[in-house]
Ligand binder design. Structure first.
Ligand code: PMP
Length: 306
């Protein structure tokens, strides 16, 4: 990854190489951290825009609440700190990673009075699954690892420890030559991918999995709203892997993955084997919105200049 000049660390702008923690940091041992992934896009008018900053900061506070972590910041303060970090690093376009973690103090699972620390890092990050993936689509497999049961890991929290499940599924998929994994929930229904929500299109109707076992994706929410505004029918409904096999189109959504078409699942070609018309349409409209080219969604953007 490309290194930058500064990382925001507990309210101070710290040189990149000096943003360090002790090896006995609680989160390093037990996964007791929560984070966000946010993107900023360069706009045609010369400004930059963070996509749905407020929603991401609110989700961060909700993740903290679920994990019983006390953050000494409001959503607004976190948002301001993100903008400050982008500006300090003169980054017009890229990825923003706020992270709050239980720090160094007592050992043992109980976080007790260990300090909760917060950092915000930013860096340039192109297409998460590759530029070609955005264009042509990716090959995915159903993971042998199920998404955590709804009473196991609290999927509504974007918590570091939850990502062990994602890491296991991702390694398996990559080692078997696939780009990404689709995980089923513990009832056998399609849930989400390792860092993306899932959509299928069949007979003109768009379907995405309900919120039950997934992280409530901000890209997912945006695509549902955008698709409905464009006149598509969108259903939030459970579906099975075989319904996925016979979909006309399928795609992932996520801040990092943006809107990535899926061209194959478990060696079954999806539709025509490349990005379908609905997928392409939504992808085009999504990028227009994110880059400030659709005034109807101006409220989703937080503009700044470096
Ligand atoms: N599910 C998981 C497990 C994720 O890590 C992500 C990425 N944050 C998503 C879904 C998509 O969420 P968003 O669109 O808010 O990035």
């Amino acid at each position: 990854m490309q290194t930058m000049k500064f990382i925001w660390f507990d309210g101070k702008m710290v040189p990149w190489d000096q943003a360090q923690v002790h090896v006995l940091t609680h989160a390093l041992h037990y996964g007791s951290a929560i984070f966000e992934g946010i993107r900023a896009y360069a706009c045609a008018d010369g400004t930059s825009a963070v996509f749905r900053l407020e929603d991401h900061c609110k989700r961060m506070l909700n993740s903290a609440k679920i994990l019983r972590m006390e953050l000494p910041y409001s959503a607004e303060q976190l948002g301001e700190a993100c903008i400050e970090t982008l500006k300090a690093n003169k980054l017009p376009e890229g990825y923003i990673r706020p992270l709050s973690f239980v720090g160094h103090g007592e050992m043992g699972v109980y976080p007790g009075n260990n300090p909760v620390q917060t950092i915000i890092a930013v860096w340039p990050w192109g297409a998460y699954l590759g530029a070609e993936a955005l264009e042509k689509g990716i090959r995915v497999k159903t993971s042998t690892f199920a998404r955590s049961h709804v009473n196991t890991c609290m999927s509504k929290a974007k918590a570091s420890g939850n990502y062990i499940n994602s890491i296991l599924a991702k390694i398996e998929a990559k080692e078997e030559g696939f780009d990404e994994a689709v995980m089923l929930d513990t009832n056998g229904f399609v849930s989400e991918a390792t860092g993306e929500n899932i959509f299928i299109v069949r007979d003109g109707v768009i379907k995405t999995t309900p919120l039950t076992s997934i992280l409530g994706g901000i890209t997912r929410k945006s695509i549902v709203a955008l698709a409905r505004d464009l006149g598509y029918t969108v259903e939030e409904q459970q579906f099975t892997r075989d319904e996925f096999y016979i979909a006309d189109e399928a795609f992932f959504t996520g801040t990092a993955a943006e809107l990535t078409p899926i061209r194959e699942l478990d060696h079954r070609r999806i539709g025509a084997g490349h990005a379908g018309p609905v997928t392409k349409h939504l992808q085009k409209e999504f990028f227009k919105v994110a880059k400030g080219e659709n005034p109807k969604y101006a409220g989703w953007l937080h503009h700044y200049t470096v």
